[in-house]
Write a protein that binds this ligand. Sequence first.
Ligand code: CA
Length: 547
Amino acid sequence: MPIRLRLLVFATFACFSAHSFAGKKPNIVFIFSDDHATQAISAYGGPLAEIAPTPNLDRIANEGMLFTRCMVTNSICGPSRATILTGKYSHKNGFFTNEATVFKGSQQTFPKLLRRVGYETALIGKWHLGGKPTGFDHWEVLPGQGSYYNPDFINEKEKYRVTGYVSEILTEKAKKWLSHQRDKDKPFMLMLQHKAPHRAWDPAPKYLNLFDDITIPEPDTLFDDYSGRGKAARDQDMSIEKTMTMGRDLKVKEFDDTGDFVTRGYGRLNSEQAALWDAAYQPKNDALVAAKLTGKELVQWKYQRYLKDYLRCVKSVDDSVGEMLAFLEEKGLAENTIFIYSSDQGFYLGEHGWFDKRFMFDESYRTPLMIKWPGNVAPGSRSDELVSNLDFAETFLELAGAPIPKDMQGKSLVPILKGKTPEDWRESHYYHYYEYPGWHMVHRHEGVYDGRYKLMNFYELKEMELYDLETDPQEMVNQFANPEYAEIVVRLEGELKTLREQYQLPVNKVQDLTDLDMRFHSDSIRERGLERMKKAAELKARKEGGK
Ligand code: CA
């Protein structure tokens, strides 16, 4: 009997004897963060692993499976979340960009399908899809981007504020739901979605001085000049040097040129929290003001401040994971709970001189994925298969014994978790980023990656880029025009066309992709984007004129 049919039979039978089967369906805890790069998880190795270890996150890998190639469909917050909920690409779920878009809550999502097979579902934390969440028995979310300090929450009934640090509050809320608020006769699926370590990287008060005494190693490409790449890498507005603000981002109020320092961050602190903040930052800021750094030295200073704050935020996420693992053990739930960690995308930690995401380059295209499933996943296992956030919904459904709808576009990871990769597993992955013009000015592009070669199509620029990640893991040399790669280009261009057809992109000619904008974005979104572009250009000119 095919596995899907077997599961269907099981699910049907379970409906008739829900009580006796309730204990046998696995629970799912999905801990999800925002902008957490694999470079900042020690289980993934790399130069930060010893300096900023993440022992609790590493436990998931040590007791379960770590995926080295989990690629996102569209490297930006809202669209990634929409893909996870629906198991579909942006052009199918309708959520292309973060700007002025509301997720269509009436569409099919995996939490709704889990409820149909008897699961209780909860969402706690960052939602970032506009409107109210649907498909959850319980939800408490941060409005919009949420706040690190004394955050506001919204639920079905009200909006209210909680004193404290967001990552700690979310963990407490998750434990409270598991202990007191759920129906204990049902299996559960909990999505605990952190705000951290999103910009502007505000650490927990208790970690404000963590890493004070160390120097974070700089990436080789911190001073990348983008020669060897196309126009898109030069046009972006996401560099530590030019884009990162001294005030809000780097917490030097003396140099705040945006006014955001007080209105968005510092201003939320109560007097006790502000005293801790001042004690941590002010002496270092005074030293910076006195040093009068410029040029390369100032970029190096900014990099240190940025990375330390980012890693301090990661530390709180790691603590949350540790607390949740311990809590499940304490409550006797660990054995029958599948525990998953991922992020909405990766992030640049100074590579190419950048922060932020959006590009199909490795640091932001790859996202962490680690899954612990006691008795089913071999402890300490790794998978190098090409998997995706497109596969999460299908995986959750199979784990719960629910049928996977045919219109979902990913594949369940359950066979891989059990150590048997299907013979027809994907050999290439399709990517598409749409938010241009907009924040950080990364040009629209699509692309295909086969685990070694990556072809990117910046269709509005009419530029193609090809990278060989085996010989050039930092993606510094565009090989598209190199005759030695001609056959690979032809193969990947064919693959790109096949994937557009497979995933039913509404157009399949490169020149038509530039028209996607008019089909998928309303005029108001386009206008907002153009307005942003104008403002970004003005700000850039002001900064450059002021030097
Ligand atoms: Ca994000």
